[in-house]
Ligand binder design. Sequence first.
Ligand SMILES: [Ca+2]
Ligand SMILES: [Ca+2]
Length: 175
Amino acid sequence: MRTSLAAALLIAALWVVGVERAAPRTAVQFTDIADASGIRFRHVSAPEKKYIVESMSGGVALFDYDNDGYLDIYFTNSQTVETARNPASARSVLYHNNGDGTFTDVTGKAGVGYPGWAMGVVAADFDGDGFDDLYVTCFGPNHLYHNNGDGTFTDVTSKAGVDDARWSAGAAFGD
Ligand SMILES: [Ca+2]
Ligand SMILES: [Ca+2]
């Protein structure tokens, strides 16, 4: 009986060692540096209530809005059923990449903070002026922001005729 127990323990120990040896190893490791980089965006959502519009948003665009060679970040934000009548309740954020591992919130100057109940975003230079623009899809009217090339954007949605007021999620530019 003791021999059987010892044998069982030995087999178990060998199995554990075998599992550890079989575990995949990788040379690539990631470290969370979001806080140290200055990126402190918090997405508003309430998925526990099961309203699909509160669970669907959260688009992000990586684009170089100022053509300095570093990708900048635009996070869309959304509202909840309770805050839907307050457009300022959820702020989307544009972060400028400082090129040294840090980012600066430039949303106020850029003027892209409150597109509404945002779902997604796509960046492209729709007018060929050399600066990428933003199209933000929303639960409600979408917004097209023209990049003025000086760190500011102008909402040209109505002029461009792309203010679909239904519910849009993803979007793409294409020629
Ligand atoms: Ca940049
Ligand atoms: Ca442009």
